[in-house]
Design a protein around this ligand. Structure first.
Ligand SMILES: Cc1ncc(COP(=O)(O)O)c(C=O)c1O
Ligand SMILES: N[C@@H](CCCC[NH3+])C(=O)O
Length: 392
């Protein structure tokens, strides 16, 4: 991803910053759309993964819809130009003002997460003189086989409606003229790399689809959520995920009835590989048992390692500028940030070329859940970013 010219340009920039490869982003989107179009599948982009202005603009221009989890994300999607009839609003704790804002924008659908929320949306829509289109988010109890902190579709997770509450949901919907049931929504978790998980999800979706059909509800939309994982260990070998296989699975295993639409909410798979966090070595600390590389980026820029012990590939960019002969040997470093927390660590015992103050380091696959999860802790600088078309 990084040639000599790009690295030379990085050397002139103030670090840390997020670098976005917009060409890779475009290629990823194009590939996802090509594969989804084969089956007339609809893609919504999960804004929570990254709402950087230019990233979002490119996604909006591709015609993909928006999956939002807050009133502000709905507003951001509208401001960016996503058509309201392609905006869905999910989230386990929608506040009244967020629901009202979404109603005013006549969004495509609310993905409803509880019986109580259904009543609140029904009430608010009635007061606003609107009909809210709703999809019921059912917790399918499918194990996403991912990190326990990012699994969402198990009975013990807070998300979605439990199956034994579905009759009650139908009662509520029948009681409100201001509610229109348009579909079902599922999401099993994030960073799912075992595609068999999606086969199991399809089986569950079919069961629920039948359940509703038997009760006279031929639903317009089956929304199967997102969660498709990316390759964190080999970002250059595997820059675009296998959308072909992913969508094939849903075509093969999902039993659509009549004209039912299938909707996806992809976040990470669309944006993760196009982002890298670029940082400089501030200090090299050689201890008795450990060697530390202290970077100018920390958990405030990229929280995933501290939060989920997530792996991100760490690359020594300055060494790439040197010829083979002039490179020093390698050292195992704990690569850490400047934040006043011991969990502020990007990787332990990472084998890297022997490093010095000022060397450039790239932390890869940070286009998803990087910049958006940044914090001001320790009163850190605002996040900086650099786009590929600004430097080449
Ligand atoms: C309901 C819902 N939809 C979509 C997504 C997007 O997930 P991902 O970035 O894993 O594709 C998430 C996050 O996991 C989610 O909770
Ligand atoms: N933020 C998480 C994923 C959560 C996805 C939203 N449900 C991550 O970095 O992997």
């Amino acid at each position: 991803m990084f040639n000599r010219d790009i690295i030379a340009a990085f050397e002139q920039k103030e670090t840390p910053f997020f670098y976005y490869d917009l060409q890779l982003l475009q290629a990823t989107i194009d590939n996802a759309l090509t594969e989804a179009d084969k089956y007339k599948f609809h893609i919504h982009y999960a804004l929570k993964a990254n709402f950087n202005e230019r990233v979002l603009q490119i996604i909006q221009e591709s015609g993909i819809g928006a999956d939002c989890v807050s009133g502000n994300e709905v507003l951001k999607a509208v401001e960016t130009g996503f058509s309201p009839d392609k905006i869905v609003f999910a989230g386990v704790g929608k506040a009244d003002k967020e629901i009202i804002a979404a109603l005013h924008h006549d969004i495509f659908a609310f993905n409803v997460e509880s019986v109580q929320e259904l009543c609140v949306i029904g009430d608010l829509a009635k007061k606003e003189g609107k009909v809210a289109k709703v999809a019921l988010r059912i917790n399918p109890n499918v194990d996403a086989k991912t990190h326990k902190y990012i699994t969402t579709g198990l009975d013990e997770n807070k998300f979605g409606i439990k199956t034994w509450e579905l009759n009650e949901c139908l009662d509520v919907i029948r009681n409100f003229d201001s509610l229109e049931l348009i579909g079902l929504h599922f999401h099993v978790g994030s960073q799912v790399v075992d595609l068999n998980v999606f086969k199991s999800l399809c089986v569950k979706v079919n069961e629920f689809n039948n359940w509703f059909d038997e009760r006279g509800y031929r639903l317009k939309v089956l929304n199967v959520g997102g969660g498709l994982g990316v390759n964190y260990t080999d970002p250059d070998g595997d820059p675009i995920v296998d959308f072909k296989r992913y969508f094939e699975i849903f075509d093969q295993f999902l039993e659509r009835k009549g004209e039912q639409e299938v909707h996806f909410e992809l976040g990470r798979a669309l944006v993760a590989q196009s982002g890298s966090l670029i940082s400089k070595v501030l200090y090299v600390k050689n201890g008795i048992k450990k060697h530390f590389l202290i970077l100018d980026a920390g958990m405030t820029e990229l929280m995933r390692p501290a939060l989920y012990q997530a792996y991100h590939k760490i690359e020594h960019l300055s060494a790439k500028q040197l010829s083979e002969e002039t490179r020093d040997g390698s050292v195992n470093y704990d690569v850490v940030g400047p934040i006043c927390e011991s969990t502020d660590c990007f990787g332990k015992e990472v084998e890297l070329p022997e490093s010095k103050r000022g060397d450039l380091i790239a932390i890869r696959t940070t286009g998803a859940y990087g910049e958006v999860m940044a914090s001001k802790y320790n009163l850190r600088d605002e996040i900086r970013y650099v786009y590929s078309d600004e430097i080449v």
